[in-house]
Design a protein around this ligand. Structure first.
Ligand SMILES: [Zn+2]
Length: 82
């Protein structure tokens, strides 16, 4: 009989992830200002840039929405994640 309860188990934290995790996320730069992107606003560097892109995207979307015909690049319909 062991004196005290087994105290050596369950110490398996799946580490090795987030050790050198800085603010930088990917190697891809911000598509708006070409600065290093941040994980939080991936793939942008800041919320501002994300916002800028969003507006661009919406504008383009609206512009295209009026005339959806030929020339589908394959990522126009149903390819919208989120
Ligand atoms: Zn940016």
């Amino acid at each position: 009989m062991p004196p005290e309860g087994a105290d050596e188990s369950g110490a398996q934290a799946s580490g090795a992830a987030g050790a050198a995790a800085s603010e930088l996320y990917s190697a891809k730069p911000c598509p708006i200002c070409s600065r290093p992107s941040v994980k939080r606003y991936h793939p942008f560097c800041s919320r501002r840039c994300a916002d800028v892109d969003l507006h661009r995207w919406l504008s383009g979307s609206y512009a295209i929405a009026g005339r959806e015909e030929e020339d589908e690049d394959g990522e126009g319909q149903g390819g919208e994640t989120r």
